[in-house]
Design a protein around this ligand. Structure first.
Ligand code: ATP
Ligand code: MG
Length: 171
């Protein structure tokens, strides 16, 4: 099923707008509106929602949240970047385990269950993709959902555009 990911992202942003306003976060978008993808809408909705709400929660007021949906030659990438509290390296490999939460003063009071990233990882596996995490304690985090380009509409299994280019008239 070809999903309008831009529409999906906009729906999520609308839903979290009160949280963004509450925390005076600034939102920066870098979206390829034409980039559509095959996938399960409900699953991608919950995965992307978790990454965005994490960025909002784990960033002190007045932060910057950057959301990107773009294709490279080989991948379609959804990424959420924040300049929040970040994650110390010793936690990174356990972050996607169910119920795992970083135990620090700033994260403890935010009351999540620790299931969100386990779900994201699972959803990415079901879409032939991967969750990549870059984080520095105190400097923020970037979570990237990296899909093979063949998941995107308009590309074949070799990652080549599946439609022949429009013939150019010569002369
Ligand atoms: P849930 O998503 O189930 O409501 P949660 O947000 O605590 O709860 P996850 O989304 O799985 O669970 O995240 C696990 C832990 O990873 C969080 O508790 C937090 O410590 C850390 N974390 C996740 N995203 C970020 C982020 N953007 N910045 C800093 N820490 C993060
Ligand atoms: Mg979460």
């Amino acid at each position: 099923q070809a999903l309008d990911i831009t529409h999906l992202i906009n729906t999520i942003i609308e839903a979290v707008q009160p949280l963004l306003t509450d925390k005076h976060h600034q939102l920066e978008l870098d979206i390829d509106h034409s980039l559509k993808m095959r996938g399960v809408q409900t699953e991608l909705h919950s995965a992307f929602t978790n990454l965005i709400t994490n960025a909002i929660h784990y960033t002190p007021s007045g932060g910057i949240i950057q959301i990107q949906w773009q294709a490279t030659a080989s991948h379609a990438v959804f990424s959420v970047k924040d300049n929040g509290i970040g994650i110390a390296p010793q936690h990174l490999d356990r972050l996607t385990q169910r119920f795992y939460r970083v135990d620090n003063d700033r994260a403890r009071d935010s009351g999540g269950t620790g299931l969100g990233l386990a779900i994201v990882k699972h959803v990415m596996q079901r879409h032939n993709g991967q969750l990549e995490i870059d984080s520095n304690e105190d400097n923020g985090s970037e979570f990237r959902c990296v899909f093979p380009i063949y998941q995107a509409v308009g590309f074949n299994a070799e990652g080549k555009p599946s439609k022949a280019p429009t013939p150019q008239s010569v002369g």
